[in-house]
Write a protein that binds this ligand. Structure first.
Ligand code: TXD
Length: 317
């Protein structure tokens, strides 16, 4: 059976880590594409030369010719500018929309059967544009943000409670921006509600609420926190790991229930927009969207997140 083929559009900070992770996990042969001459070739040669140490036999190669992505099973897009300190994700939209337009046309023409994972910001708008331009069915065009935002939420919870990150389940839904919605009510540590653990830790429900509010705020600003520290760009290790988790779920038909930016057709009361929601990811891409009941507070937060996404997406028309 032929190996799968993974093409990465954008060989920058995230793209380089994507290539290394995909190779180390032997998800398939990797092609790294970028418009900068030599950049993808240099990074993939470097990654490939570690193969005797990392024990992988897949091929890893760089390209500046878009036709190199022909026959891809999955394409992951990071092409676009990242934020600098003081910039919002939305500030990137005009520049990155032009890049996404050309990238999506290239994917449509060279890899018409591929699944597409979009990472470029502003994520909710870029994945929408990518689906519009490729014309691919929406189950095959998915945005990566919720896995990253949820990982950040889970990390902060684990560090606060002094438990293993392995045992924390915590999900963030909605748009990939300041209005993202951490679902506190269902956050748990091996089934034990996080809020109950916080209340017992501080023996004070009010203090527990304050601590959770600080965790939510840190989660919503986590991207900006890294940008502020790095000054030259944005987070790239955690976004790459998050996208590879989604790619693996599709390529290995794992039926993972993960938060992903998916096109809704009535689910959660939204029709015709990409929003971060719980999805079952497998060989069919977004195989189904898993709805659950939101309480009044969660619904209000979700609705305002949807409104922010709609405003951003409609500004692209
Ligand atoms: O959770 C998320 N979705 C976000 C996404 C998490 C972190 C960062 N997020 C966004 O990903 C970020 O705001 C950017 O929009 C993208 C990529 O971030 P990265 O840090 O990898 O940016 P780099 O290092 O600038 O890499 C972008 C590469 C760079 O090498 C350019 O030469 C290339 O994109 N580029 C292109 N490649 C292919 N085709 C075209 N047209 C093109 N234009 C630029």
């Amino acid at each position: 059976m032929a190996r799968r083929k993974i093409s990465l559009i954008g060989g920058g900070q995230i793209g380089g880590v994507l290539a290394q992770l995909a190779a180390q996990r032997e998800l398939g042969d990797v092609v790294l594409f970028d418009i900068v001459e030599g950049l993808p070739q240099g990074k993939t040669l470097d990654i490939a030369e570690a193969s005797p140490v990392d024990n992988f036999d897949v091929s890893v190669g760089g390209a500046n010719d878009f036709t190199a992505i022909k026959g891809s099973d999955i394409v992951i897009i990071t092409a676009g500018l990242p934020r600098k300190p003081g910039m919002s994700r939305d500030d990137l939209i005009s520049t990155n929309a032009k890049i996404m337009q050309s990238v999506a046309e290239g994917i449509r023409d060279n890899a018409p059967d591929a699944f597409v994972l979009v990472i470029s910001n502003p994520l909710d708008a870029m994945v929408t544009l990518c689906q519009r331009v490729t014309g691919f069915p929406s189950n095959r065009v998915i945005g990566m943000a919720g896995v990253l935002d949820s990982a950040r939420f889970a990390s902060f919870i684990a560090w606060e409670l002094g438990v293993s990150v392995r045992d924390v389940n915590a999900m963030v839904l909605g748009g990939h921006g300041d209005t993202m919605v951490p679902i506190v009510r269902y956050a748990n540590v091996n089934g034990i509600p996080v809020m109950e653990m916080l209340e017992r830790k501080y023996n004070d429900p009010k203090k527990a609420k304050e601590v959770m509010a600080a965790i939510i705020k840190r989660t919503q600003n986590a991207g900006g926190e890294v940008v502020g520290l790095l000054k030259t760009g944005s987070a790239f290790y955690s976004p790459a790991s998050s996208a590879i988790c989604m790619a693996e779920a599709i390529l290995r038909d794992q039926k993972r229930l993960l938060p992903a930016c998916a096109m809704l057709h009535g689910e959660f009361g939204v029709d015709g927009y990409y929003i971060g929601v719980p999805c079952v990811l497998g060989a069919g891409g977004v195989e189904r969207i898993v709805e659950f009941s939101l309480d009044a507070e969660e619904q209000a937060l979700f609705d305002s997140s949807v409104a922010a996404v709609k405003e951003l997406v409609d500004s692209m028309k």
